[in-house]
Design a protein around this ligand. Sequence first.
Ligand code: SF4
Ligand code: SF4
Length: 204
Amino acid sequence: MTLAPPEQATRKYDLGFARWVRDNVQGGDKMSMCMQCGMCSGSCPIGTEMDQGPRKLFMMIRAGMKDEVFNSSTIWNCTSCYNCVVRCPRGVPVTYIIQDLAAKAVELGYVKDVENARFAKAFWWSAAKFGRTDERLVTTKYYLSGGLVDFFKKSMGNLKIALGMVKTKRMHIGMPHKIKDTKGLQAILAKAAEIDARKSKGGV
Ligand code: SF4
Ligand code: SF4
C-alpha cells in the first residue's frame, strides 16, 4: 500500500493511514497494543515542548490524521530517552515509532527544511565518519547548514559556552577522536544500508 504525497492528499482523514503505519513504520505493528493510558506522555521529559505527545499522536494515527501527524512537533522533539518505552504497560515501542515517523515525514516530502533534520544529518555524518560524534565538527557542520549568517549568529551566541567547555576540559581542541577501525564501521553501515534497501523493496 502506498501513501499519497501531501500535495495529492485531498481528504482530511486518511482511513488507511493506521494500516500504512502498521506495515511501513518501525514498531508500527505494535501500535494496536496501545490502550491510551497516557503513561508515555506523562513520563516524557520533553512533553512540554511537544504539541501532541505520544499518546495523542497514536490516537491521531488511528483517526487517520496523516497530515497533522507528519507535521507534528512531537516527532521532531523526541530525544530518544526511552522513558516511554520502559514505562509503557503494553510494550509499545513508542520511541521507534516516533523516530521512524520523522524519517518517513522527510521521505514523503512533508519536511523541506527542519532544523532538527539538519542537526541529525550533521550528527550522523560525524558518527559514520569517525565512529564518534565530535561536538565541534557536528556543531560547525550543523551551523553551516543554515547559511553563513546563521553560522555566525549561532557561533557567537554559543562562544562563551564553548570556551567554558574547553577551559573545564569538557571539549578537547586537538584532532577529532575516532575509533580504530573506521573502515570496518563503514563496511557495517554499507551492509546495513543494503539490507534496508532490500527490505524497502520487499525482498527480505
Ligand atoms: S504508555 Fe503505551 S499503552 Fe499507554 S498510551 Fe502510551 S503507548 Fe499507549
Ligand atoms: S523517547 Fe521521546 S517520546 Fe519517549 S519519553 Fe523520551 S522524549 Fe518522550
